[in-house]
Design a protein around this ligand. Sequence first.
Ligand SMILES: NC(=O)C1=CN([C@@H]2O[C@H](COP(=O)(O)OP(=O)(O)OC[C@H]3O[C@@H](n4cnc5c(N)ncnc54)[C@H](OP(=O)(O)O)[C@@H]3O)[C@@H](O)[C@H]2O)[C@@H](O)CC1
Ligand SMILES: Nc1ncnc2c1ncn2[C@@H]1O[C@H](COP(=O)(O)OP(=O)(O)O)[C@@H](O)[C@H]1O
Ligand SMILES: [K+]
Length: 483
Amino acid sequence: MYIYTSEQIKAADQLAEKRGMSTFSLMENAGCGLYHAICPYLSTNQKLLIASGKGNNGGDGIVLARYLKMAGFEVDLIFPLGEPKTGVAKQHLHYYEQCGFPVEEWNPNQTYDVIVDALLGVGAILPLQESLVEWIKWMKSMKATIISIDVPTGISSNSGVVDQNAIKADYTFSLHGYKPSRFLFPSSHFYGQVEVVDIGLPQKSNWRVWTEKDVQKSWVKRETNAHKGLFGTGLLIAGSHEMPGSAALAASSAMRFGIGKLTVNTTQHASAIIGPIVPEVTFLYHTYEELVRSEWKNRRFTCAAIGPGLDPTDDLEKLVTYLLKQNVPLILDAGAIQSRSYPRGEKPIILTPHPGEFSRLLQLSTKEIQENRIELASEYAVTHHVILILKGEYTVIAFPDGTGYINTTGNASLAKGGSGDALTGMLLASIEGNDCVKAAVLNAVYIHGVCSDEWVRKYSEHTFVSSDFSSLLPMICKSFEKE
Ligand SMILES: NC(=O)C1=CN([C@@H]2O[C@H](COP(=O)(O)OP(=O)(O)OC[C@H]3O[C@@H](n4cnc5c(N)ncnc54)[C@H](OP(=O)(O)O)[C@@H]3O)[C@@H](O)[C@H]2O)[C@@H](O)CC1
Ligand SMILES: Nc1ncnc2c1ncn2[C@@H]1O[C@H](COP(=O)(O)OP(=O)(O)O)[C@@H](O)[C@H]1O
Ligand SMILES: [K+]
């Protein structure tokens, strides 16, 4: 479940070579692994085409063709861009031919059920050359099942950039690990169903996908003699006259996700709405100025979240500056997400922008953000020593030490006002309930998504509302508790 840029793949190949594992062997592993991974999707009465490029992606296609032929599949191997140029691909072609297998000429009148795209992999440089465009147009007209090797041809490996003629695969089998474009936009929508094929290289990357197993392993069970003081005394500064619900959603999710005690600083009017929804919370009615003047140490708050349902104002900014000095875990959401510097303390500072908010922060278009979500989030987290949660499909969670994770749970039912407020509440509770900050943050994001996944298993994706987190969390959390 690791993620590698094209540069990291090349470095891994070089290191393997230095250690005695030749690229020829890696290509053999790739082709053999691809064969075993792809086989379950094929049947011997289908007519298959493998289109190989001139580089090593094409080489993988040659090895795959050999295994398929040996297993009795009806498969044509063609080179629409000309014969292989790299040494190892040439070697594998030589062996393929020595085994008695032919290379075919492209025949546009021939029809195929399955086309394997082994044209370009991590070595692709966009835009696609004209010579390839004609061939891709023919291939698309075939209406065959398309299986891409490593990355679909016409998309970048490291960014979300997509050529206008890019191949939209039904399945992509990525070698060694995912490539960043698998989780970027619009490229991720060109991958189809994705599987990773191991090729015998050690797994080492700062970036990976957070999984169900990770949540299970890092889930903290309560001691039998636990008391509320162990799970944090949170301050949630949220909710306004116009947006009281955001505070209610954040507060109820925090309580459901296990926070010990929670105080909401809000308006009198908002508290009248929040109270009946979350009777467990207490209230403060301070202005931002009054909070800034107050003695933090008298309050005993162990963590804080600020922003849901608040407008960004100068006074709010002063309050954020004050909170940043208190050396408690701090979550900054919505109105509290602004451009500023951060102290390098030991307590985590967590920012939760959606792409629009991150675009304002970086002064880049949302298109640029979506194309480079991983790199930009990581750069920001490292430079500002914060944990950055860049929300949306495949939420990116970047840590100040340069590591990062992709979340794969969640779905479009979350695309509704209030989903982010619930996440803020869950983060607040999680950070107080788990000594491992990374696991706390990642588990909150993961489970937030699982709630919506559970919802769409039974109900329409149009109908999920953030208040539903409250009724879903008890069952979802239970499923992660070890007996
Ligand atoms: N560790 C691993 O994971 C391993 C991975 N392996 C595999 O190797 C793959 C990477 O192979 P790679 O480096 O040879 O590059 P690759 O993707 O074949 O592309 C280069 C070729 O494409 C051409 N070309 C480029 N842009 C083009 C365009 N716009 N339009 C048209 N043509 C274009 C370029 O042409 P040239 O510029 O040379 O004329 C050159 O011929 C990787 O994805 C994986 O499948 C294993 O087999 C080994 C271990
Ligand atoms: N299509 C989607 N797939 C997965 N998660 C989504 C999708 N759309 C929204 N989300 C999630 O829902 C939440 C929305 O947050 P946000 O935009 O801040 O909402 P709001 O401010 O209205 O509460 C985020 O956690 C985001 O990752
Ligand atoms: K490919």
